[in-house]
Design a protein around this ligand. Structure first.
Ligand SMILES: Nc1nc2c(ncn2[C@@H]2O[C@H](COP(=O)(O)OP(=O)(O)OP(=O)(O)O)[C@@H](O)[C@H]2O)c(=O)[nH]1
Length: 522
């Protein structure tokens, strides 16, 4: 498996894992948090409704308290004086208070004075006392009996909801005392406010929240406490309701319909959040993969290509390109250093295989190679090539007389002299055998080669290396066989050497210390 695949798979796996985690976090943490906020929002709103109705009840109770502790009322409950009725118990008075039911009961719970009005009737203010009193009385009686007359005067009250037709009525009642709170109570005063549609609308406007009220249905409603009931109507709306408790009695069901914009927002945030996260993860994964490709894979492949080129060309003078200043650049540099070592080792090795260690001249192997390539080249140009085969005269005697190390020194001196004689760049001097040397002169014919041979002989003589055992000269001397030819398919390079060797043999045989040309058919 390639590095690319090995890294791509984990990155894709991690991206998928991250996306899944984001999905679960959004779904199980973020979205439920929005739902919780929505529930709190619903509870707060329904509480606002209940608080507003409680405030309304407090206002009614305050009015009741005012009237029940008024000395005139106290007197009225004894003498039923008309002046009180004329000046106070007028429909307009109750209209001003926003009260539709006013009921004065005597101590035994019988109606002493009653007024039930419909202020919104089409025909104007309508007195409904005769038709509705019977419906109100039992409730008023029942509540009056709940008032604890032994309690503190301020706490002697009852309140709740009664019904006229379909309409709930919010009411409060208190026993009637003298203004200083002394004396026996003289009956009860009860005021009630009909929670008509108009009234609910007004209250809704005040708290800027539409709400509805309905009597408590003891069969269907949870009436155990002021518990909230919140249910989703659909995706868009939520219905929250709560039973309003008055004096510990479940009295009125209040409800509001709310838009579900919080969970909608949560849902949108969840969708956007997940999408954004998935997109980001995708973008990050692709960026990582691209970066990895650009920073690692491609440079590695480029380096591999360089290495392949160098190894197939077997040219260790080539170098890998340094493309990056990073780890892969360092690796390329290390590889180049290795190539440098291989190259210098190769050069050394080549030198060793082509050089004679004693004289530093080319050896026979190198000479053969160069002679062949010069031969091939000159075959095309038609120029001649000459070789000189050189042998030191009586070298065995020299060795025997002066010793082997002196013989070595003599060979080195000879090599120096021959090197100087080979002036052209294409000339080549090689150690051909023990005390035999070969000089290759491309582009040189027999005459010129013989001139060079004569110069060589003279240079050796001028070196004047003593050789007491030589019969050819008092100093070290050389014999030379010279052969030259224009390379063609009629000969091979070894023919030329053989001809020079024959000429050398002739030189030796005819007294040594001379250069003789060979005869070689063109
Ligand atoms: N010191 C030394 N002597 C060498 C070396 N290589 C060959 N020789 C000697 O060169 C001598 C060659 O002797 P011969 O082949 O008989 O030739 P020669 O004595 O020169 O006689 P002619 O060639 O007939 O004049 C031998 O004694 C070899 O031992 C070398 O590397 N160093």
């Amino acid at each position: 498996m390639s590095i690319s695949t090995k890294t791509t798979l984990p990155i894709i796996f991690m991206a998928a894992l991250l996306s899944l985690s984001a999905y679960f976090i959004q779904r199980n943490v973020v979205y439920p948090a929005f739902s919780e906020i929505e529930l709190n929002y619903a509870r707060d709103n329904i509480d606002r409704v209940v608080r507003r109705l409680e405030g309304e009840l407090d206002t009614i109770d305050f009015t009741v308290y005012d009237w029940s502790s008024w000395d005139d009322t106290y007197s009225f409950m004894q003498d039923r004086n008309e002046a009180y009725i004329d000046s106070n118990l007028h429909p307009d008075t109750f209209w001003n208070y926003g009260i539709q039911i006013a009921l004065f009961l005597d101590n035994s719970g019988d109606p002493f004075w009653a007024g039930i009005y419909d202020f919104n009737a089409e025909e104007g203010k309508t007195d409904l006392t005769d038709t509705h009193l019977d419906a109100v009385l039992p409730v008023a009686n029942a509540f009056s009996r709940r008032i604890d007359l032994d309690a503190d005067v301020d706490d002697q009250k009852a309140g709740g909801i009664l019904q006229i037709g379909d309409l709930p009525v919010l009411f409060s009642m208190r026993p009637i005392y003298q203004s200083d709170g002394t004396g026996e109570p003289r009956g009860y005063v009860m005021f009630g406010q009909v929670l008509s549609e108009q009234r609910i609308e007004t209250l809704s406007e005040q708290i800027v929240l539409d709400f509805q009220v309905e009597p408590v249905n003891r069969d269907n409603d949870s009436v155990a406490s002021g518990a909230y009931r919140i249910e989703a109507v659909d995706d868009q709306t939520l219905r929250a309701s709560k039973i309003m408790m008055i004096g510990g009695i479940p009295s009125l069901k209040t409800s509001v319909t709310l838009p579900r914009h919080i969970t909608q927002l949560g849902s949108e945030i969840t969708v956007y959040g997940i999408s954004l996260f998935v997109l980001l993860t995708l973008f990050m994964s692709i960026t990582l993969l691209l970066l990895f490709r650009v920073l690692v894979i491609r440079p590695v492949m480029d380096l591999k290509q360089d290495i392949s080129k160098i190894s197939s060309a077997m040219d260790y003078s080539l170098r890998a390109q340094i493309r990056n200043e990073d780890e892969i650049g360092a690796l390329s540099q290390e590889f180049n250093s290795l190539l440098g070592i291989i190259e210098s080792n190769n050069t050394e090795l080549k030198k060793l295989t082509e050089t004679d260690p004693l004289t530093g001249l080319f050896n026979r192997l190198a000479m053969d190679k160069r002679l062949r390539s010069a031969w091939n080249l000159l075959m095309r140009t038609g120029d001649p090539i000459a070789v000189m085969l050189i042998d030191i005269d009586h070298f065995k005697e020299y060795n025997d007389h002066y010793g082997h190390p002196a013989g070595d020194e003599c060979l080195k001196s000879m090599a120096g002299i021959l090197n100087k004689a080979a002036k052209r760049e294409t000339d080549m001097v090689a150690r051909f055998g023990g005390e035999e040397f070969l000089v290759m002169l491309p582009g040189t014919g027999t005459d010129a080669a013989l001139e060079i041979a004569a110069e060589l002989k003279e240079a050796v003589a001028n070196a004047n290396i003593e050789h007491a055992r030589s019969s050819a000269a008092p100093h070290v001397s050389i014999s030379i066989g010279v052969a030259a030819v224009i390379p063609s398919h009629h000969h091979i390079p070894s023919d030329l050497i053989q001809a020079a060797d024959d000429a050398l043999y002739q030189a030796k045989a005819s007294g040594r210390n001379k250069a003789l040309p060979a005869t070689l058919d063109p």
